[in-house]
Design a protein around this ligand. Structure first.
Ligand SMILES: Nc1ncnc2c1ncn2[C@@H]1O[C@H](COP(=O)(O)OP(=O)(O)OP(=O)(O)O)[C@@H](O)[C@H]1O
Length: 280
């Protein structure tokens, strides 16, 4: 395992009578250093650095094509970086993927599931792959299906699930082994308002229990109302990151701050004039 760069080196032989040592600082839930990826010579993620404190509810925002999914895919071990390192609670994701993956629950982009299993069977299968005892999987699956309002769909094939139901069953799978870090790519996209509220409550109780949630979203109100921290990605670079109030600064809302940070343009008078005209 490659040691997390922020961790102090070992001190195997302290001198006798040495003053008590300070406790080693807890590593962040997620530490990213110099992470980069290019596709066909085009840079998608440009050597980014980020620390996600344990116990935070971290939002990752950015315009279309900014590199959010590419970043989350590299962080979760789904896409090999060209450069850089990622640590989950001090474990190097690419040097020790088995240990790192035990510590994360993932809701990836592009949900590829076992379509010929029912929702309940899928959770049961994934729980056993995780090495969770059968009775624990059964109990947790039942609770998750119930809380996520999927009880009636538990026996239905995943192939027949709607987009929102697929999000919810994947979220259930991510929660099943109760990992300390959840990494969620647009978890509330296509989810109905009632389920979205339930998912937000689940995630908040998760964070209250001392765990960490990182989610990407395009919905600024969602990030502003729920997250403690936010990072803004633009063209493969992190252009702002930290506690939400700090990133928002003097702007009236996170939406306004985001607009200015990424250099959004108001539609100038004269632009799209033909859409405003009532004449042919
Ligand atoms: N498999 C791939 N092959 C080629 N280019 C890719 C691939 N995946 C991503 N890209 C490119 O990398 C850049 C970042 O894409 P990414 O999907 O990470 O952005 P994003 O911030 O998640 O966007 P969105 O908000 O639209 O989902 C884009 O220019 C995209 O076209």
């Amino acid at each position: 395992m490659t040691e997390y760069a922020g961790a102090p080196g070992p001190t195997p032989h302290p001198p006798p009578q040495a003053a008590p040592q300070k406790a080693a600082p807890t590593p962040p839930a997620l530490a990213i250093r110099g992470l980069g990826k290019a596709f066909g010579g085009r840079v998608a993620v440009n050597g980014i650095n980020l620390d996600v404190p344990a116990g935070s509810f971290y939002g990752l925002v950015g315009p279309n094509g900014a590199g959010k999914t590419t970043t989350l895919s590299m962080v979760t071990g789904l896409l090999r970086p060209d450069q850089g390192q990622v640590w989950v609670h001090g474990v190097d994701v690419w040097a020790d993927p088995v240990a790192a993956k035990k510590a994360i629950g993932v809701l990836p982009d592009g949900l590829r599931l076992f379509e010929r299993l029912s929702g309940a069977e899928l959770l049961s299968y994934l729980g056993r792959l995780r090495g969770i005892p059968t009775e624990v999987v059964t109990q947790r699956s039942g609770e998750l299906l119930d809380v996520l309002d999927l009880t009636g769909a538990g026996d239905k094939l995943v192939a027949d699930y709607s987009t929102g139901m697929r999000k919810k069953i994947t979220l259930a799978a991510a929660l099943l082994h109760s990992p300390p870090l959840l990494l969620l790519d647009e978890p509330l996209e296509a989810v109905d308002p009632v389920s979205a509220r339930i998912i937000r409550e689940v995630l908040h109780s998760y964070v209250r229990g001392g765990r960490t949630v990182v989610l990407s979203s395009h919905v600024m109100d969602l990030v502003e109302d729920n997250c403690t921290h936010v990072a803004v990605l633009n063209e493969g670079n992190i252009v702002a990151a930290g506690p939400l109030a700090q990133v928002r600064g003097d702007a009236a809302s996170l939406d306004d701050a985001f607009f200015h940070i990424v250099g959004g343009r108001d539609i100038a008078e004269g632009g799209l004039e033909w859409l405003r005209s009532s004449q042919d």
